[in-house]
Write a protein that binds this ligand. Sequence first.
Ligand SMILES: *Cc1c(COP(=O)(O)O)cnc(C)c1O
Ligand code: SF4
Length: 436
Amino acid sequence: MSAALQPTLLVPERRRLLELAELPWRAQLRHIITEPEQLAQYVPLSDREMAAIRQAAALFPMAITPYYASLMDPDDPRCPIRKQAVPSRHELVVERSDLADPLAEEADSPVEGLTHRYPDRVLLLASNHCAVFCRHCTRKRRVGDPNRAITRRMLERAFDYIARTPAIRDVLVSGGDPLMLPDERLDWILGRIRAIRHVEVVRLGTRVPVVLPQRITPELVAMLRRHQPLWLNTHFNHPRELTSESTQALEMLADGGIPLGNQSVLLRDVNDCPLVMRDLVQGLVRRRVRPYYLYQCDLSRGIEHFRTPVSKGIEIMEMLRGHTSGFAVPTYVVDAPGGGGKIPVMPNYLISMAPRRVVLRNFEGVFTVYHEPAHHETSCPPSCDHCDQSRPRGERWCPEVGVGKLFNESSSTISLVPTDLPRHERRGAGSPSPAE
Ligand SMILES: *Cc1c(COP(=O)(O)O)cnc(C)c1O
Ligand code: SF4
C-alpha cells in the first residue's frame, strides 16, 4: 500500500525516523536499519520487495543509517537515495561479464589488505565496515563479511611492507570505511603510517560525510589535523545528498585544513544525467570539495543493473567541460578490469594534426588551429640541477613502463608488444618482441 494512500499511518514513524537521524553517530549506529521490517516502517515496501530485500541481503547485507534513510523519498520508488541503499532483486542476476574481483585487488596484494598497483602509492584496507552498504559497491564480495575483518596483525604486516618499500610516497587508507573505526584506532593507524619517513601524503577514502555526517566531530577533525598532510576523498553521487548536515561536516573538515575531494560512481537511474551531475559538482565546489574522479561502474557481481554505457559518461563530460568551472570537472575513469588501473576517457578535442599545425575544437564546437613553434628543441642540457639532485646517478627521469619507455632516448625499445601476440608466436617461442 502506498504512502500516499495512508499518509496518517506513516506520520509518527516518519517523525521517529527524523529524530533518530539527528542522533550522534554512535547512537545512530545502534539504530542502524538491517531488516526489511524496520525499513518498511519508513518506506512503503510491497511483499515482493520485502522478499527481494531478504534474498539480496543474504548475499550482501543491508545496512542503512537512520540519517540516510531519512533522505529517501517514501513516495518515489525511483528515489536515488533508495536505489543506492535498498537491496533489489537485480542484485541476484549474474552476468557473464561479471567478475568476483574485477580490479584484481587481491592479485596485486603483497600482503593481505594492501593493494600495490601503482609505482609510488598503495591502497590500505583499514576497516571492513561501512555505515551504509552501498548497493553499487565494487568491493561487495568482501565488505561487511565478518570473516574478512581487518586485524591488528594484518595492519602490522601492511605497515611493515610500506616501511620496507621506499618507493611508496602516498598511502590511501580505505576499506570499508576507515571512519567507522574509533578515533583512537584511526589515530594509531595514521600515526604508524606517518612514522614511515618516505611516506609523504596520506589519503582517507570515506563515505561517512554522505551517509553519517554526524561522525565528523570536532575531536575527529582535531585528531586528523595532527596527521597532515592528509587528504580526504568522499563519495557523493547525487545532489540530494548535499544536505545541511553533510554541508556542516564538510565545513568542519575544510575549516580544519583538510583538502577535500569527491569520487562519484556513474550509476544508472541515479546520476546518469548531465544536469544531475552538473548540480552535484557545482554543489560540491560550493562546499569546498573538488570533484576528483567520476568512475565508470565496475564489473563486480550484483551491480550490473547500475551500469551505463561508457558513452553516457562521455556525454556527461561533454556537458561539463567548458560549461562550468574547470575545477568542478572530475576526471572520468574506467578502472580496467583485470587490474590495469584507472584509465581516463573523455570526448575528443584533438581533431587533426599536420606538421606544425594542430586542429582542436572547444566545448562550443569552434574549430581552431594551433601553430606549433618553428623551433622546438627540447633536448636536455648536458647538466641539469634538477636531474642531478633528484637522480643521484645523473640519469634522466623517464618511466620504465608504458609509452614513456618509447620516449626514452637512451632506451633501445622501439615497440610495446603484447606477450601473446600470435604473429610473434609464429616466429618461435621465447622471442616476445624484436625490440628487447
Ligand atoms: C585508485 C587507486 C589508487 C589511487 O589512484 P590515484 O589515481 O592516485 O588517485 C591507488 N591504488 C589503487 C589500487 C587504486 O585503485
Ligand atoms: S562506503 Fe564504500 S566500501 Fe562501503 S559499501 Fe559504500 S562504496 Fe562500498
